[in-house]
Design a protein. Structure first.
Length: 338
């Protein structure tokens, strides 16, 4: 029997919750700062990494947006995305659905085409090089206004063929999904799918709102659903996927310790939970590290780990034949590996 890490690495997996700006490693932050003559608040890579000591979502977001300021040219977005895809491929990720935050860049005067162009070019090259497939999801920053989100959407529609869905991220508390109902309606009218961060720090009511008002097909995080038994039941019955990010939840103090994480309980109740890395450069690990952390802390069985991999494929935006291909690979893997 292969060791746990080899077993998880070899499982075909999709990553469905990854902020590309959150994959910007401190070394690349320094390289890009040097390239563009940007003075950083921290003198060294080590000092920057040491600042990644968060007490909640907002304390992380403040550093995350500051880090993204070094992204200026198309090649910067390309290099950041290419580096993520290389790491994801090494972890056994076969398909990835990537969030990007255009407002973080357009508000600094970076053109939408520079952002989408650099990311898309890296996605294409990685598919050629590694066979890894991908989709892009445009996220609106919920701490900004509805008008700003609508403007970002209108600008991005010039590149409509390069993303498949819209999402909602940033500071959750005090910014309910309902604030963006009209923007999401406009996006859906364009044929875009919808997802939203909800129930990370915010209450279960935000998950209900995201489903009811934004018509999302997946919930990002969603771990606070557990406080509402009827909602848990609904998520299980309707098989609405949750893109859970274990290391993120610990680093942002959503749960005190990994042993307290509710992923195992939600899985046991039949929810379509998936494992993802959120902002791996900031939270201490990519997708394999996230699987390893929950596998160990929650003593997940190999059958449960295979279920998580299956869920990631089922919950993805891949077409039916591609899903069948990967699910068959996971099933075949069952017999050989365990
Ligand atoms: N942006 C990047 N990571 C995020 C997270 N975990 N929650 C909300 N917004 C984010
Ligand atoms: Zn996230």
């Amino acid at each position: 029997m292969p060791d746990l890490e080899s077993f998880i690495r070899a499982l075909p997996k999709a990553e469905l919750h990854l902020h590309i700006e959150g994959s910007l490693e401190p070394e690349m932050v320094f390289d890009l700062a040097r390239k563009h003559g940007v003075t950083l608040k921290y003198p060294t890579v080590e000092a920057l990494r040491a600042a990644y000591d968060f007490h909640d979502l907002q304390s992380f977001l403040d550093i995350y947006y500051a880090g993204a300021d070094v992204l200026r040219e198309e090649s910067d977005f390309y290099d950041m995305t290419a580096a993520y895809l290389t790491r994801a491929h090494a972890d056994g990720v076969v398909h990835t659905e990537i969030f990007f935050d255009p407002q973080t860049h357009t508000e600094r005067g970076i053109a939408m085409g520079v952002v989408i162009g650099g990311i898309s070019r890296a996605l294409k090259d990685a598919e050629t090089r590694y066979g890894i497939t991908s989709r892009l999801i445009l996220c609106f920053l919920r701490h900004l206004s509805e008008e700003s989100a609508m403007q970002a959407l209108e600008q991005a529609l010039a590149f409509r063929d390069q993303f498949v869905a819209v999402g909602l991220d940033s500071s959750e508390k005090g910014h309910p999904p309902s604030k963006f109902a009209r923007v999401f309606a406009r996006a859906r009218a364009e044929g875009l799918l919808a997802v939203a961060h909800a129930g990370e720090e915010g209450p279960p009511a935000y998950i209900r709102e995201a489903l009811g008002q934004l018509k999302v097909v997946r919930i990002d995080h969603g771990v606070r659903c557990e406080e509402d038994a009827a909602l848990v039941q609904r998520l299980a019955t309707e098989q609405i996927p949750l893109t859970v990010c274990p290391l993120s939840n610990i680093r942002l103090k959503v749960f005190p310790r990994m042993a307290d994480h509710n992923l195992g309980r939600l899985l046991q109740q039949g929810l379509c939970v998936t494992v993802n890395s959120d902002d791996p450069a900031y939270f201490g690990g990519y997708v394999l590290a996230n699987y390893m952390a929950v596998a160990k802390a929650l003593a997940l069985s190999r059958a449960q780990l295979r279920q998580l991999a299956r869920n990631s494929i089922t919950a993805s935006f891949l077409d039916a034949p591609a899903k069948q291909h990967w699910l068959a690979r996971i099933d075949a893997f069952d017999e050989v590996e365990s």
